[in-house]
Design a protein around this ligand. Structure first.
Ligand code: ADP
Length: 543
């Protein structure tokens, strides 16, 4: 027997309509490309999103069309999130840091009808005009007075589109499984793969995010998303913030420590979200300002790659709660929650810090499992390490127009293979060992680069580091520690090895240490181990 409750479609448009009614005056502040600060609110965002929806229809956009954005975090990008999906079209957020080859691939694969771009990215488009579909049209996200001369043919002005339309428009109703967003993985190997979100998955994810990160979301609170709107939906902030009435402060193109610090301080931002490399930049800025954290900063969400214990401690010691979470483009992206709740939040500080270095715990509606190489489930005892699989309403069930990759991604039980290697303990804490492709296999045993990095980072003279696999005749692979020394310091190899000793078995210790001025980053701002491995491919280990 079925229940007798109504079955209304979950729609993204309802999120911004709610914010317009219930949280109209909560502010959205954006750093513009001209360096000024622009302030708007949810009422205006909703109104302009409706105008933009009408403009899209006037331009011939239909349900299912892919409409791309190539843009920083700012109010217009937020409007497009609602304007595009509101009419059943698909918002394809392009990562501007993709290589030329990858960008050409994604735009052609998505067959983008329109590309909305920030002024910064005009040169990228100009360089690809003959590589992108000839039917693609371009819209510059700018006011009339900032429209520059450029080689893009028939380029349209964003504010012109808005100005021509009234806001007298109601978003249509359609099936909640209608596609709403498209985000390609950065594809360090092979072509990028498109994750196609739906209205249903997006609304459910927004609710899950509001629940597990309730500390960040409420009226009068402000979030600064450093995580880009082009990276996995900026971790769901564009949806969870309007539902909860949380204000947003968008950093635009300025993501360096000083700019981020100034914005956090100026607006007394409560919570900031981003990958570890960004927080290391902020930490340096804080130390240059005598160790004073930005006023108002209460918590920080860290994800995308492992947050080192030293980073967690540095912020916690300043009174900033650090929430370490794990996820992927394919998981919307929240996969686990790192917010320590009772009874763990009452543990002695050192035990809490240890738990914070884990990737968090299982969340509602998302199932996790670890399996061996034959697909057999492994016990969740904190010791067994296996391939991590995930299942749920907010998890990709395949890739857009890519049958081969879709087939390879899902196992017999309908779980998605993450490509991560991890353990899960009795209490549901997930602890990542590595990405499968970053694992170091020495003499048939795995060595966790994350564990080694965590310890090395706790050395005061180490600013950043990475542990990578170096090919080895006898052991297949051996670990190499790549260190970026703190300014004016150069810890010796002996000193660093001594610092690691006692924390690892002898066979897990790095064979050698090399020094770099900085570490290469991926398109999503993470340390690129692939680039490092290529660089040190022929390195001869000292021992
Ligand atoms: P990209 O592939 O471009 O880095 P994703 O954000 O989809 O984009 O990457 C997801 C991967 O990032 C995960 O599979 C995992 O390897 C890594 N990751 C995400 N969060 C964490 C975390 N908290 N700790 C360690 N690794 C993480």
């Amino acid at each position: 027997m079925h229940g007798m409750m109504m079955n209304r479609p979950l729609r993204i448009a309802d999120i911004i309509t709610l914010a317009e009614k219930i949280h109209p005056n909560e502010e959205i502040i954006s750093k513009t490309l001209q360096g000024t600060l622009h302030t708007t609110n949810y009422a205006e965002i909703a109104l302009r999103s409706r105008q933009m929806s009408k403009a899209l229809i006037s331009l011939g956009v239909k349900m299912g069309d892919r409409i791309a954005t190539l843009a920083w975090n700012g109010f217009r990008h937020l409007e497009l999130y609602f304007a595009i999906s509101g009419i059943g079209a698909i918002c394809h957020t392009i990562n501007p840091r993709l290589s030329s080859e990858q960008m050409t691939y994604v735009v052609n694969h998505a067959e983008d009808k329109l590309i909305f771009l920030d002024l910064t990215f005009i040169p990228i488009i100009e360089a690809h005009l003959d590589k992108f579909p000839s039917s693609t049209k371009y819209v510059l996200m700018a006011e009339k007075e900032h429209m520059p001369e450029c080689k893009i043919p028939n380029v349209i002005c964003y504010e012109d589109l808005i100005e021509k339309e009234s806001s007298d428009f109601e978003w249509p109703e359609f099936d909640e499984n209608t596609a709403s967003g498209l985000c390609y993985t950065s594809g360090t190997t092979g072509n990028p793969k498109g994750v196609l979100y739906s209205h249903r998955s997006t609304v459910l994810h927004a609710l899950i995010q509001c629940f597990y990160n309730a500390g960040s979301f409420s009226p009068k609170k402000k979030i600064l998303p450093i995580v880009p709107l082009f990276h996995a939906n900026a971790w769901g902030i564009p949806y969870s913030a309007p539902i909860s009435g949380t204000s947003l402060v968008f950093p635009g193109a300025n993501l360096d420590g000083k700019s981020v610090y100034d914005l956090l301080e100026k607006y007394s931002v409560n919570s900031a979200w981003g990958v570890p490399t960004v927080w290391m930049g902020l930490l340096e800025e804080i130390s240059q300002r005598g160790g004073k954290k930005p006023d108002g900063l209460e918590e920080m969400l860290v994800g995308g790659s492992a947050a080192a214990k030293s980073l967690i401690e540095a912020f916690e010691n300043m009174g900033v709660r650090v929430i370490h979470a794990w996820g992927m483009t394919e998981t919307s992206p929240l996969g686990t929650s790192g917010r320590l709740i009772s009874p763990f939040s009452e543990l002695p500080v050192e035990e809490q810090r240890h738990l914070q270095t884990s990737q968090g715990r299982k969340i509602f509606m998302v199932d996790l499992k670890i399996v061996d190489d034959n697909g057999k489930r492994l016990p969740e005892d904190g010791n067994n390490i296996g391939n991590l699989y995930i299942r749920g309403n907010t998890i990709a069930g395949g890739y857009y127009n890519n049958e081969e990759a879709s087939k390879a991604a899902i196992d017999d039980e309908g779980y998605f293979g993450t490509g991560d290697v991890a353990s899960i303990d009795e209490q549901g804490f997930l602890r990542l060992t590595d990405r499968a492709k970053d694992l170091i296999k020495s003499g048939g045993e795995w060595i966790s680069s994350i564990d080694l990095e965590n310890r090395a980072m706790s050395h005061p003279d180490v600013e950043n580091c990475a542990v990578i696999a170096i090919p080895h005749e006898k052991w297949d692979e051996r670990p190499l520690l790549v260190v970026v020394p703190a300014e004016g310091k150069k810890p010796s190899k002996e000193e660093l090895i001594k610092h690691l000793e006692g924390h690892f078995a002898k066979w897990q210790m790095p064979d050698d240490v090399v020094y770099e001025d900085e570490l290469p980053l991926t398109a999503t701002g993470k340390v690129s181990k692939l680039t490092l491995r290529q660089k040190y491919e022929n390195y001869t280990l000292a021992s």
